[in-house]
Design a protein around this ligand. Structure first.
Ligand SMILES: O=P(O)(O)OC[C@H]1O[C@H](O[C@H]2O[C@H](CO)[C@@H](O)[C@H](O)[C@H]2O)[C@H](O)[C@@H](O)[C@@H]1O
Ligand SMILES: O=c1ccn([C@@H]2O[C@H](COP(=O)(O)OP(=O)(O)O)[C@@H](O)[C@H]2O)c(=O)[nH]1
Length: 792
């Protein structure tokens, strides 16, 4: 894994990686050079909260400290003062600050709680602006103006969403549909039918909200900016941005898990969402598994090609990779030295003297497995009576999404369980569980992390879980134990230094609590060292820098790729066409003049339409061209004679079927241009192999032509089709064609076997000879245009 990033294909050969690294470094140098030239005097400190005006924090909400956020310029800038910071527009549903109205035109700003905000506040390498929703409805202009001004001081730009949109988009589509589904909790349990009914209006609101975010981005976009879209709220944003300006550099990162394609399939809007995300240049996930799931959803649901680099759609590659997030570990480590944190630590130590401290810090969300955690703690107390007055569980449950009914239910459920257990095991002087329905400020949180003996994280699913990282960062002296759900993304990075548990297995979690509380010091130290090393080297700054640098590279690579196949200079082609007198247009048929294939149609054995058809919108133009006596048109195709007859009988042109083996003018008879003694003895045995694979590959079929056999799997599940085609090639090479004079051509979702010499290139000579002879041409051909797949 180079840095904090790994490719979708983890087995990238070393030499290729090295070559790419060298090329990338070179490009980076070029980029820096260009940027320096371009940016001129635009050098300035870009800390997101660098402005002097104080950020107000209320006691209940804040976790991040203003001094901490505004402090110094990082090492990157110190190394080279000439290096300008790249302008970055961070677009996320939630701004890092939430607004509370104080009067008609005055606002108080509070730092928002959540891993996404914590991670992105460390973006010191960039000249960053944050675009998002301030978490409040502001219907009046005076209020909007005042809030926009207050936020501008924090480099934040608001998107004003009205109440109904928030209800349908945020509470509805985002948090009642996508969120539970992406965390494998299915669609809301009790009200499936009404959810299904309100789905369409919520989805419309989702699209509308995404468009509103896009409008604000366009308003503030400057050429060269990188636009980094975040999370499941904004899956439509990449498409909205690219539709208006295809040059914008767009990255999209998902903070939640991306589920298996079998789960994603349940979403009625599954195709729309995937297609929109694919408009981005780079798509990132916390783990390789999430990236893999995304690629497989694109291949299975959209029928696109998944490659080790990402997803390919008609020549356009969207890069997909894993970028595991981190935290600003230094901020936590330094905070522990502050007097106010030391005071907190002292207080906590006195308060819980003689008892081991266990800690849970979560938003009150069903994905965090809070009821499961508390039930496991109950089971531990039940089975280990000697620990009942020697251990306390502190559970911080930050209220979140309180307008969504599922969250309201969860809150009552948790209160009820905590009350029951405290009633059962509490004494007059102490209770086993301290449950707080509120957030803590940053210093209090650091102190709590520092005095904890065992952190208990039992997420049922969690994109990453930064609380586990923060706990590790604050444990340099205590070296406590981390019990971590195997379903949190963090399990992949901190697993070796934690006790991994399945949160659904209450007995297993209870046993791990016992193991953690009894763990010898040397074992704790070893586990802590492993995690501490990871947390302090894989930071949020490095995560952001890697993502943005990869996005820049992806765009340069795409430019290089498109440069390899030069675009047709349309203006020149038209000018020369008009000047010429005897033209030859050589056109392919499939995928050149046909309607796009419907790749969706065949799951479940039903093949909608296999026969290629001339695109209806082309017919009129083609007719006009054919009727111009100075233009000769040849349709040169792999298809057989019947297909070409069906599609072109009313046009005045030449048809060359089966890669040019048969030729006719539409007014004449078919003739063969086949080389003499073409040996076709191999056909039966190849047909046998094709039948075998067709039976075993739903959605595939084969065509028996006069000079070739083609097996097509464009309507099959694409990954399976590809695997089957590889297997088929093995069979062919070792069996029926091992000694035959044939060419095997692997097409885009097809395998073709044909006699040696049966190629379009070889046929062109013969076709031209025939046309010239047949038409008795007096003037030489003075213009040739070929469009099609003629290379194989
Ligand atoms: O904005 P809210 O609706 O109040 O929710 C808070 C955030 O929750 C989610 O956080 C995720 O991001 C973390 C950082 O990558 C990750 O560690 C965690 O596992 C995720 O749950 C959500 O994805 C954010 O958009 C919300 O802002
Ligand atoms: O009282 C609190 C409790 C939590 N947090 C922060 O909320 C974030 C939670 O992130 P995590 O990735 O664990 O989960 P998420 O809430 O994003 O799903 C962490 O950075 C915590 O420091 C906070 O600021 N105040």
């Amino acid at each position: 894994m180079p840095g904090s990033k790994c490719n979708v294909d983890p087995a990238t050969p070393k030499s290729r990686t090295e070559r790419l690294m060298k090329e990338r470094n070179l490009r980076k140098l070029n980029r820096v050079f260009n940027l320096n030239e371009k940016a001129g005097d635009s050098l300035r400190d870009a800390d997101l909260f660098s402005n002097d005006s104080a950020l107000t924090e209320t006691e209940n909400c804040a976790s991040l400290n203003e001094e901490e956020l505004s402090e110094g310029i990082d090492g990157y800038e110190r190394q080279d003062q000439r290096l300008p910071k790249q302008r970055l527009l961070v677009v996320a549903n939630r701004l890092p600050v939430s607004a509370v109205r104080q009067g008609k035109d005055s606002w108080q700003l509070e730092i928002s709680v959540g891993g996404l905000v914590s991670a992105l506040l460390g973006l010191k390498e960039f000249d960053a602006r944050w675009i998002g929703w301030a978490g409040v409805n502001v219907p009046d202009e005076i209020g909007q103006e005042a809030l926009t001004k207050a936020l501008a001081e924090k480099k934040c730009i608001p998107v004003f969403l009205d109440e109904d949109t928030v209800h349908q988009y945020y509470n509805g589509y985002c948090n009642n549909i996508i969120w539970p589904l992406f965390h494998y909790l299915g669609l809301p349990q009790e009200d499936r039918l009404s959810t299904t009914r309100s789905f369409q209006s919520q989805f419309d609101a989702y699209k509308k909200a995404n468009q509103m975010f896009a409008d604000v981005v366009h308003e503030h976009y400057e050429e060269g900016d990188v636009v980094w879209c975040h999370d499941y709220h904004l899956m439509f944003l990449p498409r909205c941005l690219k539709e208006k300006n295809s040059n914008i550099k767009v990255g999209w990162f998902l903070h939640t898990p991306f589920p298996s394609s079998e789960i994603h399939r349940m979403l009625p809007s599954r195709r729309d969402l995937l297609e929109s995300v694919l408009a981005a240049d780079l798509v990132g996930f916390h783990t390789y598994d999430y990236a893999r799931h995304f690629v497989s959803a694109c291949t299975r649901i959209l029928g696109l090609e998944g490659t080790p680099e990402g997803v390919e759609n008609q020549g356009k590659l969207t890069r997909v990779a894993a970028f595991p997030i981190g935290i600003d570990s230094d901020r936590f480590i330094r905070a522990l030295e502050l007097p106010q944190v030391q005071d907190h630590i002292k207080e906590l130590k006195e308060r819980f003297a003689g008892r081991k401290v266990m800690l849970g810090v979560d938003r009150l969300d069903m994905i965090k497995g809070i009821p499961q955690k508390i039930l496991a703690f109950e089971e531990f107390l039940e089975e280990n009576p000697e620990w009942r007055d020697k251990v306390v569980l502190l559970q911080i449950a930050v209220p979140t999404r309180t307008d969504v009914p599922e969250y309201q239910k969860l809150s009552s459920q948790v209160h009820e369980i905590v009350g029951r257990i405290n009633g059962r095991f509490g004494t007059l002087t102490a209770v086993p569980i301290h449950h707080l329905d509120r957030s803590l400020d940053f210093h209090a949180l650091c102190a709590l992390y520092a005095v904890t003996d065992v952190a208990l994280i039992t997420s049922l699913r969690d994109g990453m879980n930064l609380v586990s990282y923060e706990f590790v960062a604050c444990q340099a002296s205590k070296k406590g134990v981390l019990i971590l759900s195997e379903f949190a993304g963090a399990a992949q990075s901190l697993g070796a230094g934690a006790l991994l548990v399945n949160p659904w297995n209450i007995a297993e979690v209870a046993a791990s609590i016992s193991q953690a509380l009894n763990m010898p010091a040397d074992e704790r130290e070893k586990m802590h060292q492993h995690n501490f090393m990871h947390v302090t080297t894989h930071t949020s700054q490095e995560w952001a820098a890697t993502f943005v640098s990869e996005l820049n590279d992806t765009i340069i690579e795409a430019q290089l790729r498109t440069r390899q196949v030069p675009l047709l200079p349309v203006k020149v082609a038209v000018e020369r066409y008009l000047q010429s007198n005897n033209r030859l247009l050589m056109l392919g048929f499939n995928a050149t003049l046909t309607e796009p294939a419907n790749t969706q149609g065949v799951r479940g054995g039903h093949i909608r339409e296999l026969q290629s058809r001339l695109h209806p919108e082309i017919k009129e133009t083609l007719k006009k061209l054919c009727d111009d006596r100075r233009t000769n048109i040849v349709i040169l195709s792999g298809s057989d004679r019947a297909v070409l007859d069906d599609n072109f009988r009313e046009y005045n042109l030449w048809l060359a079927a089966e890669n040019g083996m048969f030729l006719r003018h539409s007014t004449g008879e078919w003739m063969t241009t086949m080389p003499e003694n073409l040996n076709m003895d191999w056909v039966d045995s190849v047909k046998h192999v094709f039948e075998y694979f067709t039976e075993r590959t739903p959605g595939s079929h084969f065509e028996l032509r006069e000079t070739s056999l083609v097996w097509k799997y464009k309507y099959a599940e694409s990954h399976f089709g590809k695997l089957q085609s590889k297997d088929m090639l093995q069979h062919l090479w070792t069996g029926p064609i091992s000694n035959a004079a044939v060419d095997v051509v692997q097409g885009d979702r097809s395998v073709e076997v044909r006699s040696v010499g049966v190629t379009k290139g070889a046929a062109i000579d013969r076709i031209l000879g025939e046309i010239v002879r047949n038409k008795g041409m007096k003037s030489p051909i003075d213009y040739v245009l070929c469009a099609g797949h003629f290379l194989r």
